[in-house]
Ligand binder design. Sequence first.
Ligand code: PLP
Length: 467
Amino acid sequence: MKCCFEEDIEIAELILKETARQNSVLRLIPSENYISDEVADALASSFGNKYSEGYVGKRYYQGTKNIDELESLVITRAKTLFNVPHVNVQPYSGSIANASVYFSLLDVGDSLMGMELSSGGHLTHGFPKITFSGKYFKSFSYPVGKDGFIDYDLVRDLAVQHRPKMIISGASSYPRSIDFSKFGEIADEVSAYHVADISHIAGLVATGLHQSPVEYADVVTTTTHKTLRGPRGAMIMVTKKGLDKDSDLANKIDKGVFPGMQGGPHDNTIAGIGVCLGEALKPEFSDYISQVVKNAARLAEELQKAGFDLITGGTDNHLILVDIRGKGLDGWLFAWALEYAGIIVNRNAIPYDPNPPFYPSGVRLGTPAVTSLGLKETDMVKIAGWMKEVADIAQSIAQNTGDTVQELTGGGNGLPANLDKNRRKEIRRAFSVDPRLGEISGAVAKFVSSFADTGSSVGKGASRRVD
Ligand code: PLP
């Protein structure tokens, strides 16, 4: 393995180490992916050297002829892919995109309503106190029902009760399809803006494997780096419905991004977004996304067979939320045990989680990255098998490490979340040296590197950049 530069050995070595790590573990974090070589080249291109505050034809800097052509082209691709009349491709990230929309359309102190964090919503959807969305706006949230599914009657009741000025649909850890048409109806009934955040499911929406919110929302936001498999960035789309409601909406959103929230756009990222949109417009991308969904469904099925409790009992999309308490663990313990076995997930709250966010009851996993590597349904059987082995090993280690054997199966004071920090440290140390976890890690590395080496990824995308 070489790196692109040798002048700064410290950084070059870290790049190589990270590339090697990504090529030797099962990356199951549902918001991550592998970008194509072409996206990576665009990110590293000369567009990164340029300043271009403003918009096409209205820049505050000279020398922006190519930038104007680039931004126009990327906008055209986004409009085509999502079938929308207006797109802003400048937001630096999903959080900034959401902030730009809120500050464009709301006054400080106005109310907004989004999905509750532990139900699967994002921090920017109105989480109180610690985020801009809860600090500067009066935020209300809708929980999912006890079964983990969105309860549209409850959403409507809460909307009628609070009459928010904006309703946000979309989520970060919701494993089921979202009925955007119902959100549209509810928003119309209470005269609220409907903003759909499709960051997670953008690839599914783009390929018709999830209902598109475009007909039912005024504004749609998305990140570009999750199922869309592009660089880390975001887009804001204004729909026909939105423009019919307010013909100045696109202008308000653009002003909200620049100068409202940002300075100069990251033109190299915009070039990368253009490349990923070009890839997403090809038929191979539909094949990729449909494999992502098939893999997630199979993984969910196999995990259930292996005795894991899944929130909502399965998945309709690319992600799965596991309630791990039934295995005598919490999300923190299981995520660490998995990492020592070469399987990377993130710990995550589950709906109505009794445990605190740092030690939640669940883990969240998904199939976008492993599908980019070329894994198919039969490989999901293998992954579920490894996960079961890891859970069994982790449970026995957790119960037998330390001076006293502590009951970890949940309920009352025995909840894993109540483990003290020292005990957690001890358990983690025991995970790190456990030969059985080490053996699984070796098998995983061999398995993953066989895909990374053959470059068998879908649509020639999904670069591992191993050179
Ligand atoms: N919206 C949703 C639904 C997300 O899941 C995320 C990221 O996880 C974001 C917004 C924020 O994106 P970023 O991390 O690019 O700021």
